[in-house]
Structures are given as C-alpha cells and as structure tokens.
Design a protein. Structure first.
Length: 105
C-alpha cells in the first residue's frame, strides 16, 4: 500500500509543480504566490510520500488531496486533475489494504 500511495503523491507533486507556470502565464496569477502555494503543495507531496510508514501520513495525504483540488479556484484544470489524483489516492489505499489482507497462497 505504501508504494502505491507514494507513487501517487510523487506524480501529483510533479503535476502540481507544472501548474505553477500555467497559473502565472495563463491565469496571470502573482508569480510569488503561485510559486509558494504550488511549490509548497508539491514539496508537501514528496515529503508525505517519504513519511508513509506512519499512519498519520495517510491522513496528511488525504488533506493534501483536498488542497490540490482547491487550487482549481485559481487554475480551473486543477479541479479535474485534483479529482483524478484523489481517485487514484483512494484506489491506492483500497487496493493496498486488499492486497495486504489477502491470505498468502
């Protein structure tokens, strides 16, 4: 489960970081604000991915999903991408628990 969730968070961090130039050039958002918010969310995703050995990190990852969806208020496409990554996050947790709880063959 940890590996699936970590991959999801790292890929989401890449997408979040790539939304910074979009926010600046297309939406004309303030570059400093876009860099701090987008960079902070991307960095948080990578850090949380490294801390998934702790149970609280899954809660932090879930909160991160909500925050990334909320960036859609600035870059509308992030609503769509955030929902996709939230679905991947939920699926990674569900599938990971299912595999971990499966009896060994």
């Amino acid at each position: 489960m940890r590996r699936l969730c970590a991959v999801t968070l790292v890929l989401q961090a890449v997408v979040t970081a790539l939304s910074i130039p979009v926010a600046i050039t297309v939406v004309h958002a303030d570059g400093t604000a876009a860099g701090i918010v987008g960079g902070g969310l991307a960095l948080a995703g990578v850090i949380i991915a490294g801390l998934l050995r702790y149970r609280w990190a899954y809660v932090a990852g879930s909160v991160l999903q909500i925050l990334v969806i909320a960036t859609g208020f600035v870059v509308t496409t992030m609503f769509f991408l955030g929902v996709i990554f939230a679905a991947l996050w939920i699926t990674a947790i569900w599938l990971g628990r299912r595999v971990e709880n499966a009896p060994a063959r």
